[in-house]
Ligand binder design. Sequence first.
Ligand code: NAP
Length: 253
Amino acid sequence: MKTPDKKPLNGKIALVTGSSRGIGRATAIALARAGAFTFINYVRNEDAARETLEIVESHGGRGSLLSFDVSDSDAVQDAIKGITEEKERIDILVNNAGITLDGIFVRTKPEEWNSLIDINLKGVFNCCRSAIRYMMKQRWGRIINMTSVVAISGNAGQVCYSASKAGIVGLTKSLARELGSRNICINAVAPGFIETDMTASIGEKNREKVIDQIPLGRTGTPDDIAGIVAFLASGKADYITGQVIHVNGGLYM
Ligand code: NAP
């Protein structure tokens, strides 16, 4: 009997957008620990990205930094082309980079909507479009898109953000149908309330209110999400595509 490979992602090349901090950082670490050479993307925060790489290396993983803005189509294309020139392939793409936009809908300015959609939705389009060309040639690829519980449940005060995340759900399902025959699996992960910089400014009172609605009685950690992403990237998830995996402690079911 063949001994199972200890590192399920050995030999794979991964890119995690927005992995300088939060969920992306935990995901980059999880993929690298599972054996993938992991490109750590960021837009502004080089120090934080470098810290992610140091953690990756301290666990014996391998990776490198790659700065680009996911909303810039040309920059994305150049960056992914660079990965394939250096590594001859790209196997795993995690579209994690995102921003939030909280507030009353009627007060939202069109330019705020535009920049949110540019990063959260067009960013996913840009990265998928560039990476898929190579994945099609390889006849193997795994794409994991970070959506949100509010894409499905809705949330007052997050109309634009939830619309951007709901767009990712449609993109994920349709791409999964289009690319299944090429052995490219595309799934989405929908986190609930996860403790990161994105949620840090939420006041204690509102945090308590959310926790009251979570059957598991706690908010999530970036590692709660990273483990699921690493699973979806692995051979154990070969027959999963077009799905939205909810990771929210039961907040939405
Ligand atoms: P975070 O802590 O605010 O980190 C955001 C990351 O995205 C950073 O690495 C940031 O890079 C990067 N980023 C932002 N704009 C970018 C751009 N234009 N191009 C490239 N990278 C960019 O966020 P998080 O909480 O970990 O969230 C990660 C993802 O999960 C997001 O898509 C978010 O919508 C989703 N999500 C989060 C929660 C939650 O409760 N936290 C819940 C549901 C879904 P810099 O460091 O360089 O700025």
